[in-house]
Design a protein around this ligand. Structure first.
Ligand code: ZN
Length: 250
């Protein structure tokens, strides 16, 4: 008797509530790395002309970088296909940062998908894989953006816990001071925001950052590795890379 009353009251309260769709998403929003002693340095807004130099600094010290690439921002992704192949072959992690760098929260459902699929299409043509990691421009997202990412099979949305401010004109000295401070926080994990189309970032901040982070005992790894011991593959295999043709334009 008691149980039937409980069931009845539960059903009644459910019926009284406004209908709420049950949203169970696979896509995960990440604001920091998870593994103690790891630091991931991430580079947004490329490709432009400094991605290779940054990768070289990382390669020199056995570290891995993460790049969240646009389709058409500082440069057109198809014009940098060879560099992107090289970053990928060197084991740096590549994710999407949208096609044209809009505030994704200002877009309609169809516009959000358009921003996502055009970058996926470029990755598939250039590398044969679809990206499953996304960084929203300005770090801005909403339920509609997350629903679209989920719908398209994305695994993670990476925000950050440390912003060097390089894109907003923070001086090299202040960026270095941030790395000094991060070094004192070892081994707390770090997910750091930089931007690859900036020469000061590439040639002054990155070498300093790598030296500071590794000097403090950090393992400087890509975002897939900093989330768990095994890491995960941040792509979906689609097929062989394609040959350049007339469709490789922005
Ligand atoms: Zn950006």
């Amino acid at each position: 008797m008691l149980s039937s009353i409980l069931v009845f009251s539960t059903l009644a309260s459910l019926a009284a509530a406004a209908p709420q769709p049950i949203v169970k998403r696979a896509v995960q929003v990440v604001s920091n790395c998870a593994v103690s002693g790891t630091a991931a340095v991430t580079f947004d807004d490329g490709p432009f002309i400094y991605e290779q130099a940054i990768a070289q600094s990382f390669d020199n010290v056995g570290a891995k970088a993460s790049y969240f690439l646009n389709g058409n921002n500082y440069g057109c992704i198809y014009d940098h296909a060879d560099e992107i192949k090289s970053l990928y072959a060197s084991g740096h992690t590549l994710g999407s940062h949208s096609w044209s760098h809009p505030d994704m929260t200002s877009l309609s459902w169809d516009q959000i998908h358009d921003e996502l699929w055009k970058v996926e299409n470029a990755f598939i043509k250039i590398l044969g894989v679809k990206p499953l990691y996304f960084r929203p421009p300005y770090g801005n997202y909403n339920d509609l953006v997350l629903a679209a990412l989920d719908n398209r099979g994305y695994k993670k949305v990476f925000i950050w816990n440390q912003d060097t401010g390089d894109a907003s004109g923070v001086s090299v000295a202040s960026q270095k001071a941030l790395y000094d401070q991060i070094a004192t926080q070892s081994p707390n994990p770090q997910l750091i925001l930089q931007h690859s189309p900036l020469s000061e970032t590439a040639y002054e901040v990155v070498p300093y950052a790598l030296s500071k982070l590794q000097g403090a005992g950090y393992r400087v790894v890509a975002v897939d590795t900093c989330m768990g011991d095994q890491g995960e593959w941040p792509y979906q295999w689609i097929g062989q890379p394609q040959q350049r043709d007339s469709s490789w334009v922005c």
